[in-house]
Ligand binder design. Structure first.
Ligand code: ADP
Ligand code: ZN
Length: 438
């Protein structure tokens, strides 16, 4: 393996746009033929009077109906598989808050390709076999565990399956094993730093950390910068979802100018979530993904609910795999308060502008009398002052800045560091306690 090359899979990573499209059409046709082994897709195609041979160009993809999370639930557990169950070797399941959870099946080839994709991402940001990679995300059904484990091993790194939580032990591992790279959800990175502070450990001097993969939950550019400064590292945005296998779907390159979606694995579409028509390139819409490299359970035009936009097809890194903006959130994360649409990430972006604040915050929505209200609790970075007037002024400044962004006035509460609960998985940023009028 040429450890100096910028690319782990140069033949795929440096394809021209034309060659990407050619490969996609070839793989799409093969995928659709293969999908006819799935009870679900066979029926879907028949109901819509569609035949695999109707898909002649990439544009014809639009003829195929969308696949939704509800389809996965309705056909729980194995209804979407395209190969025999005896040929599947792994199952992942994503949490079902309502009704059945969703199940994703993998063949051995799927797992190999998945590990290759994650290894490609990690290589892209400069990790090499002599790095020590600590994976601080949950294992088990959560794909961030095994997904990064196999990918980091595939690259050849010494890989530490630290899993989530037990922050003191995480820090001991970082120091004792000479960890150079970590994967964690961004909200947990803040927790690691807090405990390092309590222990009197300076990550810049006392550890070998240099690269972080952060993802699995929406976070702002400002939060990324904070993490980078806090730990003295480069933090790269990692996007994935269980339905597409897990991590490895998209990753930032060293340019940090958006997420490269691997177009030899997926076809990317951005549609208007209401009309379901494609939006003009560059406009925000819902991300729809088609897998073109999956065996056990390919998904055609899967509605992810994630909102983002296309940034471009070229990049100084030499890859033409499409670049997408960081996720704005899921369409279901949007809060509607007194008729105003608000995303948690908008609030985070404002909060991060105040250096007095930490990255931990919680938004609570309540009904008081006839009004719906928003309370934003945010932890102070340090108790920088006990001067009441100064704290009051800070509260006012934050309130005003938030009002300018979200057009209504939230109730801002500054609280001491370490007060908000820290979840081991994805952070809970919004609690909706509003009365529901039937
Ligand atoms: P679940 O659906 O139970 O949350 P997943 O682990 O499959 O389980 O979650 C995938 C979702 O996580 C994505 O659809 C997206 O909403 C979110 N997500 C993953 N990575 C990122 C990221 N880098 N930025 C923002 N959101 C992300
Ligand atoms: Zn790039």
């Amino acid at each position: 393996m040429d450890t100096k090359s910028e690319y782990l899979h140069p033949e795929m990573e440096t394809l021209s746009i034309e060659d990407i499209r050619k490969l996609q059409l070839e793989r799409l046709k093969a995928t659709i033929n293969h999908c006819m082994n799935s009870e679900f897709y066979k029926k879907r195609f028949a109901e819509n009077g569609l035949k695999p041979e109707d898909i002649k160009t990439l544009d014809d993809l639009k003829k195929i109906p969308f696949t939704t999370k509800q389809d996965l639930r309705d056909n729980y557990p194995f209804g979407l598989r395209s190969i025999e169950l005896k040929d599947c070797v792994r199952l992942h399941s994503s949490s079902g808050t309502t009704g059945n959870p969703t199940v994703i099946l993998h063949s051995q080839k799927d797992l190999d390709e998945w590990a290759n994709a994650v290894a490609r991402c990690l290589w892209m940001v400069g990790l090499r076999p002599d790095d020590v990679f600590q994976n601080s995300s949950g294992y088990g059904m959560f794909t961030g565990g095994l997904g990064f484990q196999y990918g980091a091993e595939r690259l050849g790194m010494l890989t530490v399956p630290a899993a989530a939580g037990n922050t003191l032990r995480q820090i001991k591992f970082i120091k004792d094993f000479g960890t150079t790279a970590i994967h964690a959800v961004p909200s947990y990175v803040t927790r690691i730093k807090e405990v390092m502070d309590q222990q009197g450990i300076d990550p810049k001097k006392d550890t070998k950390l240099k690269i972080l993969a952060i993802g699995a939950e929406p976070h702002s550019e400002a939060q990324r910068k904070r993490i980078e400064e806090m730990l003295g590292v480069k933090a790269y945005n990692s996007f994935g979802m269980s339905e597409m296998c897990g991590p490895g779907v998209a990753f930032e390159c060293k340019e940090q100018n958006g997420l490269h979606f691997w177009e030899d694995y997926y076809i990317v579409e951005i549609v208007n979530p209401e009309t379901l028509e494609p939006v003009p390139e560059g406009e925000i819409g819902e991300l729809v993904l088609t897998t073109i490299n999956r065996e056990a359970m390919p998904l055609l035009r899967y509605r992810t609910r994630d909102l983002t936009r296309i940034l471009g097809h070229d990049c100084p890194c030499g890859r033409h795999h499409v670049r997408l903006d960081r996720m704005k959130g899921r369409s279901d994360d949007m809060m509607v308060l007194r008729g105003v649409n608000i995303f948690p990430i908008q609030i985070e972006t404002i909060l991060m502008q105040f250096k007095e604040l930490s990255t931990n915050y919680l938004i609570t929505l309540t009904t008081d009398g006839d009004n719906d209200n928003m309370t934003v609790e945010v932890e102070l970075e340090d108790l920088f002052t006990d001067d009441y007037t100064q704290l009051e002024k800070l509260t006012k400044d934050i309130t005003r800045a938030l009002k300018d962004e979200i057009l209504l006035t939230p109730h801002v509460k500054l609280i001491a560091k370490g007060t908000l609960p820290v979840s081991e998985g994805k952070a809970v940023r919004v609690v909706d306690k509003r009365k529901v009028y039937e």
